[in-house]
Structures are given as C-alpha cells and as structure tokens.
Design a binder for this molecule. Structure first.
Ligand SMILES: O=C(O)CCC(=O)C(=O)O
Length: 203
C-alpha cells in the first residue's frame, strides 16, 4: 500500500472570504514519493533557462522552467499521476502543468498574479512542492492588509481559488538561507481558446 494512503492529509484554510480561498495541505504526497518525484524530474526534464526583457535590458529568469499539457502523449507519466492526485484532493480538473526549478536561494519568482485570461473561470491554481522547503509570500493587493508567509514543504499542496488572482499576489522571494533545490508543479485549467488578442499560454 502506498504510504500516502496510510495518512490523512488535512487542509489548513489560510484565507476564505470575498477575496477568494487559499488552502494549504502538508503531506499530500508522502516524503518518499516526493523525494523520488523530485529526483526524476530534476534529472529527466529538459529544463529551459529563459531570458526576459526588464525595462531596457534582457535578464535571466531566476529559475528553470518547463510546461506540459496534460492531454499530450508526450507528457511524463509521473506528471499525469501527480495531476490525478491533485485533482482528487481539490475535486477539480487540470489540463496544464508548469514546472519551476529553484536551484538555490538565489532563484525566485517575483510577486505576481496569474492573468485571468489564462485560466478557465472558476478553476483554482494548485501548487505541489517537491525538494526543499521554500517560503511563499502571498499579499493582498488592497486593504484590508493581509500577508501570508507559507513554508511550502515537500509533498505539500497550496491551492488558490480563481478569485484570489484578482486580489492577491504570490511569489517566492530570494533567501540568503542555505536552502536546497526545489521543484514546484503548478497545475492549471487553461481555457481552450485564450481570450481574443491575448497571448496563448500553451508553449
Ligand atoms: O513555485 C511556486 O510554488 C510558485 C510558482 C508560481 O508562482 C507560478 O507558477 O505562477
């Protein structure tokens, strides 16, 4: 029997009001499986190092990334299995997964929200963490002030409802702490046709 089925993972509700719902579930995936998935993804994924235009210069994106559609035969089976677990835990469905690889504390993602035109209305974003624990900061954009610092442990799931993307930013700040590498799997339900005039997400 898989170890994960021996333990009940219990969600902690971090926010739930008119600005949306944020829930954190430690141990959705047991530690052994989280370690195996981390090693397999780290070693087998063709990670992409991107550069982005920032003001007047091109800079390295401070993490490695990869993206897969979940209905694509080329998507690694491990990601389909992870998607099934996350779908069961959230009673939702997902058709895309974005992978982020933070090699050390210098890697990060700046505070941002997902563009709503890149999400199917009503569907949440679910972040499954593997590898080392990294802290996420979630900040309300408008008063009343709310700042959540969430230590995303390996095997944990953070779920943000669709509405939260209007009202909060989320990011993984850089840290001087001696942190090891982390991979996050960001599950989303993308619209079949991105809103008119907008860039499609599938890449
Ligand atoms: O690595 C994470 O958990 C955050 C990823 C993220 O913010 C995103 O994919 O939009």
């Amino acid at each position: 029997m898989a170890q994960s089925s021996l333990f009940q993972s219990v969600e902690r509700v971090l926010a739930e009001d008119g600005r949306g719902r944020i829930g954190y579930t430690p141990g959705l995936v047991d530690a052994g499986t989280a370690d195996e998935w981390f090693a397999e993804l780290r070693d087998r994924i063709e990670w992409k190092a991107e550069r982005r235009r920032m003001y007047d210069r091109d800079v390295d994106v401070p993490r490695l990334t990869a993206h897969f559609r979940l209905d694509d035969d080329a998507t690694p089976g491990l990601l389909e299995e992870a998607a099934d677990r996350v779908a069961a835990a959230t009673s939702s469905s997902f058709n895309s997964v974005g992978l982020n690889f933070y090699r050390d504390g210098r890697d990060s993602v700046a505070p941002h929200n997902d563009h709503l035109y890149e999400l199917e209305p009503g569907f949440p974003i679910a972040l499954l963490s593997l590898g080392s624990t990294r802290r996420m900061t979630i900040r309300a954009k408008e008063p009343p002030r709310r700042v959540l610092h969430v230590d995303l442990e390996p095997g944990s799931l953070l779920v943000m409802s669709y509405e939260t993307q209007l009202h909060y930013t989320h990011g993984i700040p850089k840290t001087k702490d001696d942190v090891g590498p982390r991979i996050s799997l960001a599950f989303r339900h993308r619209p079949a046709t991105p809103a008119k005039g907008r860039r499609g997400f599938y890449r």
